[in-house]
Ligand binder design. Structure first.
Ligand code: NDP
Length: 484
């Protein structure tokens, strides 16, 4: 049995559960295209077990003190950090992302979320509002049973970013990973349990969209948090609306990165690399529309191509490698299709664009210049290592073009001029922004999108508002005056 093969397909009520009558889901290793093993999609019976145990466990958990809940989460964070290498290797098998990334950003950012929300749990309070002799007090209460549905690019991080604030606030969660990356969330559930989380509070079940849909439509579910594409977001949001459920939607983007003539060249090139090629470009917040002012364009493109040529592409388990394969044949085909479209519509291919002639889903990092706003590669989310460079001269013009999109997840600006940096960022329609940097996502900062990129925020104190609700209680100290 391959080490990446999970003990069983699902983790429910504190234990691994198998039900091989569910449709098989192969664990395809993106670096070779080979199957490392398989899990099975949840049958309706498994979905029922997961929801019933999460529902049954939630009230008692909400009744424990925040400090006790937080202690469990912080213990889980410690266990994750102790096992970082083992979990990073699994993340690499699950996604194909190089170990040189996963060792630093996946399990570790999951641990950050557990530690941060574990720390906050004991400080969650309501308030007291004095009204003469009478008064109102508010109670911050859990929502109840939450469903988390994940995308395939950050399976450990997404499982923790949803689970940690949910559990800190006293909710339970049923989490469904993407069928493309079923492995890592099971480990998160196992570790939470080992850290002392009572059974039923964090269940993981496998499956495709139909399993996700059956979770969202269940009347026992109070909140749905999805990380996924806009089309899936529309369906899940609509299904949740049917039951007036709370939602957090972390959806796609086509974010602008604006580089002014006065930017520090090396930092701007580094920012553009981080904004497009980390995780082989499979990052929702990527700044894939890189607007470069005409005075710096030639030097920028030259230096960018030089630095792209130093990318080390290869076996993602080799720590010297810093650029891995795409997650799946399907995603590779989608991205190759966009590259062909870019060429056909007249964009200039400066670097890359070719699939590597070897097993696995490898594609070179790819750079297009002379891209126009109306080209398909400048309008649609590609979700792969394809950077589009667009020209601009004027600040007002670039702001208007940067905002001319239905998406609004992220935006970045590189300039040395401090007032311009803040002025431009203030005008951009995006939730997560960067000045002279790109794609930093510390747990202390709110993360999420504007426009079609989503609703709600993950991380930061703000996430608490999305996993709890306020009850207000009016207390009359005198007699009741009634009309009759
Ligand atoms: P999808 O939208 O295809 O899927 C997301 C998840 O939803 C998967 O687990 C999927 O299951 C599930 N799902 C699909 N249909 C339904 C349904 N009708 N009801 C309930 N659940 C459903 O996204 P990808 O997995 O392809 O991920 C890539 C997308 O995610 C990109 O658009 C990207 O921008 C976005 N993303 C956003 C992030 C953010 O924070 N804003 C972060 C990372 C990614 P299955 O795939 O198993 O069928």
């Amino acid at each position: 049995m391959h080490p990446a093969q999970p003990t069983a397909s699902h983790f429910i009520n504190g234990e691994y559960i198998e039900d091989s009558s569910g449709a098989p889901i192969d664990l395809i290793y993106p670096a070779t295209g080979e199957s490392l093993g398989r899990v099975h999609a949840a049958t309706p019976e498994i979905v029922e077990q997961a929801l019933a145990s999460a529902k049954a466990a939630q009230r008692a958990w909400a009744a424990t003190s925040g400090t006790e809940r937080g202690r469990v989460l912080r213990r889980a964070a410690d266990l994750i950090r102790e096992r970082n290498r083992e979990l990073s290797v699994l993340e690499t098998y699950d996604t194909g992302k190089p170990l040189s990334e996963t060792l630093y950003v996946d399990a570790t950012s999951g641990a950050d979320a557990l530690e941060y929300f574990g720390g906050l749990a004991g400080s969650l309070t309501g308030e007291h509002i004095q009204l003469g002799d009478d008064w109102v007090y508010t109670r911050r209460e859990a929502l109840g049973l939450c469903v988390g549905i994940g995308a395939w690019n950050y399976p450990t991080q997404i499982a923790c970013w949803k689970g940690a604030p949910a559990l800190a606030c006293g909710n339970s969660m049923v989490f469904k990973p993407s069928e493309t990356t079923p492995i890592c969330a099971l480990k998160v559930a196992e570790i939470l349990c080992e850290a002392g989380l009572p059974p039923g509070l964090y269940n993981v079940i496998q499956g495709r969209g139909d399993v996700g849909a059956s979770l969202v439509s269940d009347a026992r579910v109070d909140k749905v948090s999805l990380t996924g594409s806009v089309p899936t977001g529309r369906k899940v949001y609509a299904a949740a609306a049917e039951g007036i459920k709370h939602v957090t939607m972390e959806l796609g983007g086509k974010s602008p990165l604006i580089i002014f003539d006065d930017a520090d060249l090396e930092n701007a090139v580094g920012g553009a690399v981080l904004a497009n090629f980390y995780s082989s470009g499979q990052v929702c917040s990527n700044g894939t529309r890189v607007f470069v002012q005409s005075g710096i364009k030639a030097r920028f493109l030259e230096r960018l191509a030089e630095r792209m040529a130093t990318a080390r592409i290869g076996d993602p388990q080799d720590e010297a490698v810093n650029f891995g394969p795409m997650v799946s044949q399907r995603q590779l085909d989608i991205v190759l299709g966009y590259i062909e479209q870019g060429k056909a519509e007249g964009a200039r291919l400066v670097y890359g664009g070719t699939r590597l002639d070897q097993p696995g889903f490898y594609l070179e990092p790819t750079l297009f210049a002379d891209v126009h706003d109306d080209m398909t590669i400048a309008r649609e989310e590609i979700f792969g290592p394809v950077m589009s460079v667009l020209d601009f001269d004027d600040e007002d013009d670039v702001i208007e073009r940067a905002n001319r999109t239905e998406f609004g997840l992220s935006a970045g600006v590189f300039t040395q001029e401090v007032t311009r940096a803040h002025r431009v960022i203030a005008s951009l329609e995006a939730g997560s922004c960067f000045i002279n940097s790109y794609n930093d996502a510390p747990v202390e900062a709110p993360f999420g999108g504007a426009k079609l990129s989503g609703v709600g925020r993950e991380n930061s104190k703000n996430a608490i508002n999305h996993y709890s609700q306020m009850k207000s209680v009016y207390v009359r100290m005198g007699d009741v005056e009634a009309p009759f």
